[in-house]
Design a binder for this molecule. Sequence first.
Ligand code: WTA
Length: 635
Amino acid sequence: MSEIFEIGLGNNNPEIRKKADSDFVSFWDEQAKQLSWFSPWTKTLDWNPPFARWFVGGKINASYNALDVHQASKSQKPAILWEGENDESRVLTYEDLFVQVQKFANVLKSLGVKSGDRVTIYLPMVPELPIAMLACARIGATHTVVFSGFSATSIKDRIDDSKSKVVITADGGYRRGKVVKLKEVIDEAIQGFDFVEHVIVLERTKNEITLTSKDHLWHNLMDEASPSCDAEKLNSEHPLYILYTSGTTGKPKGVLHGTGGYLTHLHSTYKWAFDIKDSDVFFCTADIGWVTGHSYVVYAPLLHGATEVMYEGAPDFPDASRMWDILQKYKVTIFYTTPTALRMFMKFGDDIPNSFDLSTLRLLGTVGEPINPEVWKWYYKTIGKEKCPIIDTWWQTETGGMLISSLPGIETIPLKPGSGTRAIPGVNIAVVDENGTDVAPNTKGYLVIKNPWPGMLLTLWNDDEKYKTVYWSKYENWYYPGDYALKDDDDYLWLLGRADDVLKVAGHRIGTAELESCIVSHNSVAESAVCGIPDEVKGEVIIAFAVLKQGISKNDELEKEILLKIRNDIGPIATPKQIYFVSKLPKTRSGKIMRRLLKAIAKNEKIGDVSTLEDGAAVSEVQQSVEDLKRSMNV
Ligand code: WTA
């Protein structure tokens, strides 16, 4: 029996679930009306499985809903309280943001960007990042933000796949006091890409850069730009953004999100989960380069006219007290972060948070990975002082917004540390076996979503077929997210990690196939396999196995080269904790690498009964390969 925490905010509105349960389509229809539409939709949902179009015929604009609608009553309210890594700070009111976004929208127009064009944004966590996104949204350009920690090769692939006409970057970004030279990465990434017509460069760090004929300085363009630009009236399903994410295939997938459905989902979940009030100061620590930043740093808070903190740097820079210092300084009331960050803070000890005034906090949240119950309890006691409910929100890049979470804004239910609790209203979630039959309570199965929801992806960019096979082929007309879960006796959902070959390192998604193909592309490597093993702070860390080509023997130099290659081709987040050079990888007869075995060996676990291994591998062969492997790993 897990511990139960009876804590909520006193809200109880059972009508919402009742309506949602009786008819999810008309339920979402009602929710969508809370946004500002230029013209109403004629059909709430056009469901042509697996393609959903929400609010068909309606015209809307994301930037209009984030900015224009607040100008009458909230123009002087701070929208963004920005904290630089080096102690700088900036406050942008709703009016400031409105002016900047319109000007930048005019900049994009002056460079020939039109509705439907793609714009890649590779910026650090500075206010110009949301400004650029909202400016794209304003004119109907589809933004594709790339996390500023990704390498030139990763960004090259993404610019190429999206065929972006304009790229927006900065001279550099600050990370742990050092300057990351972003412009240099872009110079390398766009070599040979004639379709990239312009590069806009924001001066952030003032490090020396070389300007090419495609380059324009952000401030020069803004000086010339006119301050008013009407928001385009776009179709509800107009593509708002592409966000690349790792999957089980070698190449990252371009998750494509629309506008009206996505915004409806965010508007509703932000209110239900965070109980947002006009007086709140919201702080989500996610980098905008990931979906949490898109949805709950940029769009959801601005739709609600909320005030939020945006932080530029590393959570433990210059020291372990940085986060609590920010919470105290800005009197944060709602704090949304990751289990990885919490595990790190917890390791630093209680004295640090205890020496700050965190009394303004009233609600806490986590996202991105399963949270261990002991970390949940630490968050509850040490940070929330036993007075803040914790929302554990499960969702994905593909889902657009939360699908599982407790919702203190509309209902008070007892919380169980480590459980996401229940699906949000209007979403039908089940835990099933291979055949699609509901599993018994407390039994691990696959999570599935049985109906379309407004925030769901439109498709994968330029790849409807892959969209169908990745998410909709395991079960007919049910969305398969690739996660294990179970339901307990009280129907609470517990998320149990990925069921596919996707790793979650410090909350970031990394595809094993992508990493393996990077390692194999080193000319000394013949074969490779990677797996994740549990880590006290990061949740999971990567262990890599490499079989070298004949005649090549392992050496320290080679290991360094491979690590460097991974950093250069993907980015530092994909760096393995260890590389084992082995003579052979354990495979099934059909040639599939047995990751389960690799994982067990890397964790130094007992291998157990190998006869239960899937795919009919011969027991003796497996045993032999385990012995070989252990010998070559010296374990
Ligand atoms: C995992 C992040 C347990 C899950 C928003 C999912 C979680 C993947 C939780 C998506 C949670 C996310 N509890 N696991 N509260 N939230 N996950 O696309 O495996 O970066 O499939 O989106 O993160 O990762 P993504």
